[in-house]
Design a protein around this ligand. Structure first.
Ligand code: ZN
Length: 201
């Protein structure tokens, strides 16, 4: 596995310049964890927005206790075509990456000297990954709200929380609404004295 310093130094100057000019980085994950082989690592992921699109990058420091993380061995990957076609397989030979997006063929034309290095996105992420505050994550602890799967043949586990009883719905006979009482008959108003009609004058 190569160190971050080695990979950054081997990155061509134009690529490093593009990292400065074209990329904006948003760190989406920074955790301290133990991998499946028991190695401690600082795992930093980010969304890197460049002028030619958004890419997802990951840098994992395998010497997280080092005072200067530039000297730490790293595993790094990016989803961009440059990384896929120029360096992914070469970095994978040095165990600083895995064959993820490429077909695993060596970049005989694009990187004939087989120099492991970074793409602009990873260069942009590197400085943020070094300073990112990582939270300790215990992978063995069960997640909150997670219920262990029942063993084979054990049958379904009893629910931990009793559900409230659901009120049974029964159809109630509908009573016809009482009809409003008829208003008592009101006698017609007695007509008062009519004004004299003009022709009667
Ligand atoms: Zn990239």
């Amino acid at each position: 596995m190569l160190t971050l310093k080695t990979l950054l130094r081997a990155t061509p100057h134009p690529v490093r310049a593009r990292a400065l000019l074209q990329c904006r980085t948003t760190v989406t994950r920074a955790i301290l964890e133990t991998d499946e082989f028991g190695n401690r690592r600082k795992n930093v992921a980010a969304l890197v927005r460049a002028t030619d699109g958004d890419r997802f990058c990951t840098i994992m420091f395998y010497d997280p206790a080092k005072a200067d993380l530039v000297q730490s061995r790293v595993w790094a990957a990016c989803s961009c075509p440059y990384f896929c076609f120029n360096v992914e397989t070469v970095n994978a030979l040095h165990k600083s990456c895995d064959v993820i997006n490429s077909n695993g063929e060596l970049p005989l034309i694009r990187n004939p000297r087989m120099i492991p290095h970074f793409c602009k996105h990873l260069v942009a992420l590197a400085k943020f990954a070094i300073v990112a505050k990582a939270k300790e994550v215990d992978k063995t602890a069960p997640k909150q709200g997670h219920r262990p799967k029942p063993e084979f043949g054990e049958g379904p586990t009893a629910p931990t929380k009793k559900l409230p009883k659901v009120k049974q719905y029964t159809k109630k006979p509908v009573k016809p609404a009482p009809r409003p009482l008829a208003k008592p008959h009101q006698p017609l108003k007695k007509p008062g004295k009519q004004p004299a009609r003009p022709w009667e004058k």
